[in-house]
Design a protein around this ligand. Sequence first.
Ligand code: XMP
Length: 513
Amino acid sequence: MAHQTVIVLDFGGQYNQLIARRVRECGVYCEVKPYATPLEELRAMEPIGIIFTGGPGSVYLDGAPQVDPAIFTWGTPILGICYGCQLMAHLLGGRVSPAQEGSAREYGKTETCFDTQCTLFRGLPETGITWMSHGDYMEKVPEGFQLTARSAACPSVAIADEARGFYGVQFHPEVNHTRHGTDMLRRFLYDVCHAAGDWTMGDYKRTAVQSLRDKIGAGRVLLALSGGVDSSVAAALLAEAVGEQLTCVFVDHGLMRKNEGDEVEAAFSPWAMNFVRVDASQRFLSRLAGAEEPERKRKIIGEEFIRVFEGEAKKVGAVDYLAQGTIYPDVIESGAGDAAVIKSHHNVGGLPDCVDFKEIVEPLRLLFKDEVRQLGRELGLPEYLVARQPFPGPGLAIRVIGEITRDKLDTLREADAIFREELARAGEDKRLSQFFAALTNMRSVGVMGDGRTYDWAIALRAVTTDDFMTADWARIPYELLDRVSVRIVNEVKGINRVVYDITSKPPATVEFE
Ligand code: XMP
């Protein structure tokens, strides 16, 4: 079935995929197209609406991204955001100028007043915070347009020509900081473009499966499956699309949490595809023997992983495609080249050099994390896989502080399982972003029964965060901490002390190593 389509016309802004994601969230199918796409191609898509994105340019400069003004004659509603708003004003006869220092240029959260008669803002509060990032402003609005929002610094924060269905906003309705931003997009989609809301994740799945089939044909695909959400969903999607042409290699490095390896295997056994589980725990442990320093441990695991994977890939033979569970935030993060390396994150996705293949397929490349989870549910993956919290590629190796032994890993697995179990039982797990136990390298004196003990301390960590760049330590109830502590000390041999980490990030990090 063909869907109603909204085109997100990309002028180079940093939030363009976020706009697309918001449109999908509103139940409307959309495609992001480069601004230079030929007009006939755009028109052939029969869009019910078009969104011009932001962008770094200034509309009045030579070489600024443009669009053929014929687009305004189609009778299709258009929403311009930031640069897109300025471009619309510029092309329709308004005037856009550089704002003077301290005047109409705005960056960050800005108190804004809205004309709630305007369809975009109807039913929403008259004032609210918007997220701005613009150095130019609309000095003169085009004929037929009204001013529909203003801020203290800028009289022309939003414009509308309701008769033609043209709207422009200087701020970014797609980012979370703009209060009611998604509602404004919804007004545009439903009240201006008259969307039917005919798009769901089930449709996305069908479209994605079909396009994978078209691309892969009779080719063979290899995927490194880590058991994390992204690679699991990518595996399920590819299995649905090409079945036995897919081989998933699950390198069990012996650094997973309790029962995790078996759960991954169980989740994938119903699928018609080749699933290879490699028990490489002894190999990893031998290589890690004596390593104490976190970065050294990470490096060993990263290298060993590639070696094991390479060995398995050789057994599989020549493949046409190497699949990866890259998701959109990974694409953005890897683009940010200047950020200082705090920890060298190891992801099992990044292996293109060691296998002979023609092309990479990344079927989740345009999705955000919660969309990936939704897609996983749609594909029928079990909840414990799709709802799984982030788990570092090097696994428990960076949660056993200092040197790693099999005994220490077993001890940690038991303590961690108790912590997770109690949090789930208390219903606290849903509100936490990540939680785990770590085995410290501290031994201390205790007393158990009538005897002295000299055992290890377990550290518990639980955080809340939106993006893992910063995180707050979670205020979990004392009674719950007490239950966890009593159980760990009683049930896990070799532990006589439990501490709770009350440091946020920064200055600490989420993981201990
Ligand atoms: P940090 O410790 O850097 O962790 O504050 C932030 C988030 O990243 C996860 N993490 C990793 N993920 N490979 C991964 O795939 C790694 O090496 C790695 N180290 C940390 C961590 O669990 C948290 O969610």
